[in-house]
Design a protein around this ligand. Structure first.
Ligand code: KL2
Length: 553
């Protein structure tokens, strides 16, 4: 990939802010039938001059104007070498030879890859590609545009759980919505272009993707946005100004090292007052295990209510390491984040302000890392490092997690709490049971060994999503590209004692939240029926997650 300063090639920069308006752009969106969007004059989207009806496997939107004839790419594609999009050029001519793609694959991936990305799929009409916009706070199932074919289009529905809770007067409750969304940084898209070889090339340009992403953020209108893979230049120049204009206050933490992206938390400034910002870096110079540049961001927000002392809400956002084999690093990064949350969200002893923990954890449902977050405990003795995130099927021959996983010099104990400097001093969030464990440390009993190889944390966290569709048993998917379609994104939250979705078995005292609703996810099949991700409408390789919570005052 070219360094960023070289991306202005031939007088053309591939970010909209400094891009001369391409000849084939117009200021409106082909799928948007409502009033002109406020941003359309700032971020013009291409019209359908890119149509290529000669390729039957690419659907042709019925409302595209006919081709004027002659060349249709006055301004792109650039030569492959400019953007490392060589296979996109191949895509334009047909499919890249399978032999070549095979080289990039790991063992066992071949069949999966063949099936997922290169089976010819019938392409649906444009109306099927539409994820319905949600205006205002989502309360109702958004009506689908009438399908033009017999096959039902993939739709995301608002699932309303508010009927499970008694009505409360407005002064006794504080309702708010939270969105978690990995927006796919353009740099990472270009670095890992092999993952997007199934996509039509025009949909991969930042000029095209940005308006779609902003549209989605605006239409969802969440009170809190937790965004991952936000490229710093795009954030400063385009995303932050737009969100501020929509009434958000924005906080950002860039990845360490030379990585150009990071995480942002944006919140409606008329709904919350910012009490604390805690950027979290996982990199530690002196700890070999922590040589990666992932980060997290934690905010303490005070709801703006008529009642004076509404409890604060802790909102954490992270993007954990991708590497499927390095579960040891992922768990340690998570432990650092949990230790930071413990520091800032503790009311007293083991009581915490309600926590909303969002992000891309690069771990699948049911994996040890996922179970650890939900269950609050993980016995990891004998576990291979590749098993932790559940991304890898074949973990034989891999190292097992050391006991303890991270060195003492990190200053975080097995309960994911920063150790106090003085010996025998009670840790924040430490129960008397753990004190006892520490005192008996050194006696080599079986149960001590088990404790030594167990992680714990002190929060009682539930997941907004159930990860499987109850009717069909099909897995929900939050990310989908040519190599995989899985859940790796989550919204976890402290469920109140009265929450019907409270994690079974969790007995930690909890000043928590009630889950009032969520925007349903899709199956892998749904997503491939619209050519996977990113596609014409959904401009990331992840879906956004959206939940509505109630804080009882
Ligand atoms: O899975 V992700 O995509 O949550 O959407 O998080 C990482 C991956 C992101 C940040 O590192 O970049 C993607 N193969 C596939 N995807 C990769 C790879 C890779 N080798 N490296 C980074 N990513």
């Amino acid at each position: 990939m070219l360094p960023r300063h070289l991306r202005t090639v031939g007088g053309r920069c591939f970010t909209p802010s400094c891009n001369p308006r391409p000849l084939c752009m117009s200021g409106n969106f082909p799928w948007w039938s409502g009033p002109p969007r406020p941003w359309s004059s700032f971020f013009p989207a291409p019209t359908w001059h890119l149509q290529d009806n000669s390729r039957p496997h690419h659907y042709a939107a019925p409302h595209r104007p006919p081709l004027p004839g002659g060349p249709i790419f006055p301004w792109f594609p650039p030569p492959a070498s400019w953007l490392h999009l060589s296979h996109f050029n191949m895509d334009a001519k047909g499919e890249e030879p399978f032999r070549k793609r095979k080289k990039e694959m790991g063992e066992g991936e071949e069949q999966q890859y063949k099936r997922k990305s290169w089976t010819k799929r019938p392409y649906p009409p444009a109306s099927d590609l539409r994820v319905p916009p949600i205006h205002g706070t989502p309360e109702v199932v958004v009506p689908a545009s009438p399908p033009t074919e017999s096959r039902a289009p993939a739709q995301r529905r608002w699932e309303d759980f508010s009927r499970h809770y008694p009505e409360r007067s407005s002064k006794d409750k504080f309702d708010f919505t939270v969105m978690s969304y990995n927006i796919l940084s353009q740099d990472l898209l270009e670095d890992n272009s092999g993952l997007y070889s199934h996509c039509r090339r025009p949909y991969l340009f930042w000029n095209y993707r940005l308006p779609n992403i902003l549209r989605e953020l605006q239409d969802m209108n969440a009170d809190i946005l937790c965004l991952q893979e936000v490229q710093e230049d795009h954030y400063e120049e385009q995303i932050k100004p737009r969100l501020e204009a929509l009434g958000y206050a924005c906080e950002y933490k860039s990845r360490t090292g030379t990585k150009p992206d990071g995480c942002a938390i944006c919140f409606k400034s008329d709904k919350f007052k910012l009490k604390l910002v805690k950027p979290v870096e996982y990199f530690r110079r002196n700890i070999a295990l922590l040589d990666r540049d992932n980060i997290g961001l934690v905010l303490m927000l005070q709801p703006e209510t008529k009642q004076k002392d509404a409890p604060m809400i802790c909102v954490a956002n992270t993007h954990l390491l991708y590497n499927p084999r390095r579960g040891d690093i992922k768990l340690t990064q998570l432990a650092i984040l949990l230790a930071e949350i413990t520091r800032v969200a503790q009311v007293q002893d083991s009581r915490f302000y309600p926590i909303v923990l969002c992000g891309d954890f690069n771990s699948v449902p049911g994996s040890p890392l996922h179970r650890f977050i939900k269950e609050g405990t993980l016995h990891y003795e004998g576990m291979t490092i590749g098993k932790v995130s559940g991304q890898e099927k074949y973990t034989r021959g891999q190292r097992i997690l050391s006991i303890p996983i991270w060195p003492q010099t990190l200053g975080i104990n097995q309960q994911c709490v920063y150790e106090a400097p003085a010996k025998n001093q009670k840790q924040p969030g430490q129960s008397s049971a753990e004190e006892t464990v520490m005192k008996t440390d050194g006696q080599d009993t079986e149960s001590d060994k088990r404790v030594a190889s167990s992680l714990r944390h002190h929060f009682s966290l539930s997941s907004v999503y159930s990860h499987y569709f109850p009717d069909s048993g099909m897995p929900e998917v939050t990310t989908c590209h040519s190599r995989c379609a899985v859940t790796v994104d989550y919204i976890f939250y402290s469920a109140s004692d009265s929450n019907v979705f409270r994690q079974p078995g969790s007995d930690a005292p909890c000043d928590g939240l009630q889950l009032l609703g969520r925007l349903s996810l899709l199956t892998e099949q749904d997503l491939w029926s619209v050519n996977g991700l990113p596609n014409e409408i959904n401009s990331s390789d992840h879906l956004s997650l959206l939940a509505k919570f109630r804080l009882n005052l």
